[in-house]
Design a protein around this ligand. Structure first.
Ligand SMILES: Cc1ncc(COP(=O)(O)O)c(C=O)c1O
Length: 363
């Protein structure tokens, strides 16, 4: 990297060099020849049928349980629009994915943040909030959470699943990073633990390409008709052209090796940032993930986190505003560190610069 170039610890982008562009060109050519008359015409409101069927077979669910959309972000707005009325409680991990917080606030829901611990939400706080009023939705990113890197442990998953049944709320399980596990075992999904109470969303953004904007929602059979109808009333149907290319890519068996390739690329980057934090972070607490795109550092109170975030560029790093990830905006000392889109050299230099900036703003 250029010596004076800043290191961007901002967006959770996949590595640009890993986008399978040549494969997409071949897939597009083949599928447009075969299926162009379907893909370039109006289509079904639930998305391209061949891709829905491929996903149903892959994830072992019924075809009718699969809804395709223009990215998983869109499903957050669908869920908020369909299930939340003004003032309805919605629970989120605190911190949480900033765009999910925005989607829930836009629906005028009563957003309740449940503090996050290194193995998932604080269960005592969750149960106390349930006693006040159970939510309509509980939004959770259980695997390698954006922004913290936390994975919810098995015991907490099971208890949350029991509580969802007992208090009849829906779990909105957002799992875009699940397939990017670099070590350790997969805990069960909420979709597996409590399928009747779970809307499971994910997308091809992190395992193939975000530019295709293809999202996947899997839900209980009794709820799906409402979601299919919501989709139709929103945009008639999602974009079929990219769904066709994604289908052809999957049909050719290219997805599984691509995920392997990404794991092999990202694991050393995760190990590198963990190593750098161990040597440079002093008193700061940080999450040690086993996969995904992010980890996070919580700075001690002796650090003026607001000044650090606002002046980071003077130290050659660009940070996201930590407070955006908190339902109550109290995240001045929270630093999200995406690592997948950075080379090991950038990570090493970036963490050294971050350590310098922290030292500068420590009282
Ligand atoms: C937790 C989470 N959910 C949803 C999204 C949005 O992904 P998509 O590209 O599928 O809209 C992201 C993207 O970073 C994310 O981190």
């Amino acid at each position: 990297m250029e010596p004076n170039a800043p290191v961007y610890f901002t967006r959770g982008n996949p590595a640009t060099d890993a986008l399978p562009i040549d494969d997409f060109r071949e897939c597009a050519d083949a599928v447009f020849k075969e299926q162009g008359r379907v893909l370039f015409q109006y289509g079904h409101y639930s998305g391209y049928g061949l891709l829905r069927q491929w996903i149903a077979d892959w994830l072992k669910v019924d075809y009718e349980q699969v809804l395709l959309g223009n990215s998983s972000m869109e499903f957050l707005t669908f869920a908020a629009g369909l299930f939340l009325k003004r003032g309805d409680p919605v629970f989120l991990e605190n911190p949480s994915y900033d765009r999910a917080i925005t989607a829930m606030k836009r629906a005028d829901a009563d957003v309740v943040g449940i503090p996050l611990e290194p193995d998932g939400i604080d269960m005592a706080a969750f149960e106390a909030a349930l006693k006040i009023k159970p939510p309509k939705l509980f939004y959770i990113v259980p695997d390698f959470q954006n922004p913290s890197g936390v994975t919810t442990g098995v015991a907490k998953r099971k208890r949350i699943a029991e509580l969802a049944k007992a208090h009849e709320f829906l779990i909105l399980e957002d799992a875009p990073y699940r397939f990017l596990r670099y070590r350790g075992e997969h805990p069960p999904t909420f979709r597996e633990l409590v399928p009747d109470n779970t809307l499971h969303i994910s997308s091809f953004s992190k395992i193939m390409s975000p530019g295709v904007r293809v999202g996947i929602l899997i839900g209980p059979p009794d709820i799906m008709p409402k979601l299919h109808k919501w989709s139709e009333d929103t945009y008639i149907h999602p974009a079929l052209v990219t769904e066709g290319i994604v289908y052809e890519y999957c049909r050719r068996g290219l997805l599984a090796p691509n995920i392997e390739k990404l794991r092999a690329l990202y694991q050393p980057r995760m190990d590198c940032i963990l190593q750098m934090l161990e040597t440079n972070m002093g008193d700061a607490e940080y999450i040690k993930p086993e996969g995904g795109f992010f980890l996070s550092v919580t700075l001690p109170d002796t650090v003026d986190g607001r000044a650090l975030q606002e002046n980071a560029e003077k130290f050659g790093i660009v940070l996201s505003d930590g407070s955006g990830f908190f339902t109550d905006g109290k995240g001045d000392n929270f630093v999200r560190l995406p690592f997948c889109g950075l080379s090991e050299e950038e990570i090493e230099i970036g963490i050294q610069r971050l350590a310098k900036a922290i030292a500068h703003y420590t009282a």
